[in-house]
Design a protein around this ligand. Sequence first.
Ligand code: HEC
Length: 112
Amino acid sequence: MKLKTTLAAAALISLVSTGAMAAGDKAKGQALYTTCAACHGQNGEGQEALNAPKLAGQEEWYVVRQLQNFKTGVRGASPQDVFGMQMAPMSQLLTDDQAMEDVAAYVKSLAK
Ligand code: HEC
């Protein structure tokens, strides 16, 4: 019984950590990134004047996690989080986790 629970938990963790979805599609991600470029730069280089950080070369798992954090209000929900609040509505443009994976695959591919 205990082993079963442990196995179920392990399976769940691996589902969460792999995202249990298809790998990101760079081409689709590139199309999605058009909106993002206004703040994060054409090549994902970031723009300090807008407080938009560099995304180029960033790990996909990290980008997806942050996009989920913005979308679910873990980041960018407090009025004190001025810059986070600018990013939060942008995350809503990514309609599902697959779209996040796609855009993450694209920014990862940009030269650091
Ligand atoms: C209106 C400007 C703006 C647009 C458009 C925008 N962002 Fe952002 N983004 C920001 C700002 C500002 C931050 C920094 C938030 C903070 O300080 O917490 C940010 C942060 C992020 C982060 C977190 C980076 C990290 O290292 O934690 C990711 C990932 C991100 N943006 C991805 C995107 C994607 C993908 C898009 C397009 C769907 C996008 N952004 C569109 C302004 C923007």
